[in-house]
Design a protein around this ligand. Sequence first.
Ligand code: UT7
Length: 329
Amino acid sequence: MYSIDIISTGLALPSRTVTNDDLAQIEETSNEWIEKRTGIKERKFTGEDESANVLAIRAARQALENSGISLEKIGLVLVATLSGDYSTPSVASQMQEVLGLPKDIPYLDVNAACSGAAYALEMARAYLVANQDNEKPYAIVTGVEELSKLLDPDDRTTNILFGDGAGSVVMTIKEGSCASVLGAESSLAINCFGAKNSRSLNTPDAAHQPSYIRMDGKEVFRFAVRIVPYCINETLKKAGLSTDDIDFFICHQANKRIIDHVVKSMKLDAEKFYCNVDHIGNTSGASIFICLAEMEEKGILKSGQRLLLTGFGSGLTWGSVIAEYRSRQ
Ligand code: UT7
C-alpha cells in the first residue's frame, strides 16, 4: 500500500477582508446571527487583480518553493475547484507556463466541490502509484475558490457563508497504511447553474440566468453531520487504524457547528480538529488546503504526523483520505 506524503504547502489569501458587520451594512443580517449559526467572523474576497487563477498559481508557486523539489520531478498537476477563471481552459493547465512546469504531464481540474481535497489527493496518489517508473514522483495539488463571484447579493442564507482563497501541497507517495472513502449521491441541495442554462445557440430564447450558488442549508447540515462520522470511521477501518493514531482531523470548513457536532457525537478530542472558518469562511474545494498551509505556517504541523482529511458538499459528494506530513526542509 502506498500512502500520501505531503511534503510542503503554499497559501494565497485575497487582500480584501469582509467582516460580518460589513455584510450587515448591505443586507438584513447581523454579526451575532452569522457567528452563532456558523462560527464565521470574517472572510476574504478577491480584490483588484486577484482571481481564482491568480490565487491558485500563487499558492502552488509557494508550495513548490517550500518543497525544494526540482520542476522536472513533478509528474501531475491537479486543482480542486468549481470556480476557476474559465470553464475551459482549466486552472491547472494555466500553471504550466507561468510556473515553468514540464509539458509532458497531465494537468486537470477536479470538480468535487467541498470534497475536492479528498478527491484530488486520492486521484493524485493513485496516479503516482500507477506511474512509478517515470521518474516524476511528485504532484502539485491545489485547491482554489473564488466563490464571491457566485454569490447572490439578495440571498443572505448563502452569501454570509462563502469566501475566496487558495492552498496548495506538493505530495508524493510512500509505502504505508493508507485508505480513502469517496462517494456521491445525486442531489441539487447545493447547486450553481452552469453555462447550459444561459442563452445559447441551442436555446436562443432561454432567459439568461446568473450563476449563483443555491443551497438548502438545513438539508446540507443534516447530510454533513451524518456523512462526516461515516467517512472518518470507514477510512480508519479500511486503514486498520483508530482515532488515537490520527494527530489531526481536518474537515472541510463549512460551519463550526458541523465540526462541533461531529466532535461531540464521536466523542473525539476537539483539540485535534483544526478550524479556521472564523476568519476564512467556507472556501469549498480550497478549505482543507488552506488549513494545511496555515497549520504549516504556524508550526502546528510536525514532520511524521498523520492526518485524516474529510470533505463533504455539492453533489452531494463526500470523501476522506489519510495523509502524512513529512517536511523535507
Ligand atoms: O460547503 C457547503 C456546505 N454547506 C453547509 O455546510 C451549510 C450547512 N447549513 C448551515 O450551515 C445552516 O443551515 C445555515 C447557517 C446556512 C443556516 O442556518 P439555519 O439554522 O439552518 O437557519 P435557517 O435557514 O433555518 O433560518 C433561520 C432563520 C430564518 O428566519 P425565520 O424564518 O425563522 O424567521 C431565516 O430567514 O434565520 C433567518 N436567516 C437569517 N437571519 C439573519 C437566514 N439567513 C440569515 C442571515 N441573517 N444571514
